[in-house]
Write a protein that binds this ligand. Sequence first.
Ligand code: AHR
Length: 666
Amino acid sequence: MKIIRIRKSLVILISLLTLTTLVYSAPQITVDVSKPGVQISPTMYGIFFEDINFGADGGLYAELVKNRSFEFDRPMRGWQELHLAGSSGRIFVLRDENRPRNPRFLRIRIEKTGDGFGLSNEGFRGIGIRDGASYRFHIDAGNVSGNISGLRIKLVGQDNRILAAGQIKNLGNDWQTYECELAANGTDPKAKLNIWIEGTGQLDIDMVSLFPKDTWKGRENGLRADLVQLLADMKPGFLRFPGGCIVEGFDLSQRYQWKNTIGDPGERVWNINRWNFEFKHRPTPDYYQSYGLGYYEFFLLAEDISAEPMPIITCGMACQFNTAELVPMDQLAPYVQDALDLIEFANGTADTKWGKIRADMGHPAPFNMKMIGIGNEQWGPQYIDRYKEFAKAIKAKYPDMKLIAATGSDATIFPNGQNEVDYLWSQWRILKPEIVDEHFYRSPKWFLENNNWYDNYERGASKVFVGEYASQSVGVASPDNSNSWKCALYEAAFMTGLERNADLVTMSCYAPLFGHEEAWQWRPNLIWFDNLSSYGSANYYVQKLFSLNAGTRLLAVNTKDIPNFNDKTKALHISSTLDETAGEVIIKAVNVNETAIKSDINLKGSSASGKTATAIVLSSPSLDAENSLAEPTKIFPVEQSIQIKGSAFSYEFPAHSLTILRVPVK
Ligand code: AHR
């Protein structure tokens, strides 16, 4: 009886194995190397930056003090009075009307020192302090009276341990800047900054700042080095900034005004961040824009990572999901002038008005900006009217500047059937901006099943920029969305479709870019961080692999016998390019099946026989797996060499994988 059962199971197992082999019998993949096609745009894969999820203040911008010049709506947000036994004193908020860009400062009056009087800053969900690192403390102080002699600065851990200490002595009467360096002897992701005032009397303070010394390239008003490194590692073709909806503002008064973001960081005009109050389920009342990371720093960052700068500017329309406030057409001129001035700031010689400001900030050479986006997610005839004004003025003065036009948001196909995307495209076919920006925040399934989205798109004068996209595992911007391997894998399938249509799609980027583990409003995000660490999501590695292996010319791929995944799509999604510099054929293959697919690969018009190819594989046994701070490289590319023997070769694409094959060719 027992023997019969074992036999039965063996028969079932053998039939299952046979079935698997039968279903996936060697698909044929033929890459035509004989006729390289269109150029792959060097800007094909880029990055989207927006100050959302503490992306700038509290994130990429390395400032560690929150509300450093008391300009939040609640001037003491982030600050606390330190009031030890026997001390007495008061803190007043004052306004200097002669400094309209940054008017507030604190007046501290101390009557009795007792055991200590001062104030404390909580940082952005704490201050990340690292053992062995040095920090630069900065404060503007003045109007000193009584016997106030100096300040004692302390970085204090959650356990009240002093992690670093410094001192400022001989405070003078006039406003002056004082600095000291603090060397840390301990690590804490959630330390605080305490400032103790020595003596009694009166003291005014402003612009209290703390930066790590090891910012990206060691710049004083610098960026977090680990976060920039993750961006640089992607070798992005462009950097889109500063958003996103943040460009538009809740209303026009809160729009992103680039002129407020340049010059002395202490004189930049603060603005509330629209993500402060956008989502009821993720209110972030301490989210403001200091603009310490402003337009100059964006251009510098783009230059540092060899990405084309791509500013997206406000076009006189506030966010259409919020107030949708509009500038009347007869009052649009200053907005248009801002755009012209921005181009001069980026590209003008140092003897032009705005070029001189750039030069004075430290960059005499132009930034060579080549493109500009007019509005973010704008729609309706009002947008077309305003776009035309911008286009007319920009093209008249800068005929080579490429214009990027929007197609609204992904949600602009309204329930009443009104399709804003179609309407805008009908206008763009007439107005012919060089580039049209499309956004997709859809389910992972949609990305997989629509990897052929652009195959039959009308080709015309405008190229397509897939300017924001990301799989939403639960729903658009749902707080339960994940950066699962499934989301990343299906995006990879979609990206093979972007690449196959490289004659039309010349730019693309995932959005949003950054998310603070504790202070996010939106998920998923490409890169996650806390106050000390950061990691790339699975989606990050997909983006990075496409970018690093973009190639220079498109190659046609013919396939036969690819098994079906479901009734709408195949199990294997492939694109191929030629890297003319390296002399390699690059094959990107996304296997969405739960089993490996062994394929026969033929390079038509070339041979790789005798060569060593490289396979870079990104995969995970679980579609639900995610990278995390605890396991930052759970999903991580693995590289191996393959010896190619004949003119055709076979390769097994692992289950649930993205594989990049780099094959040297003659
Ligand atoms: O990426 C997050 C937001 O999604 C962007 O700000 C906006 O452009 C889009 O709606």
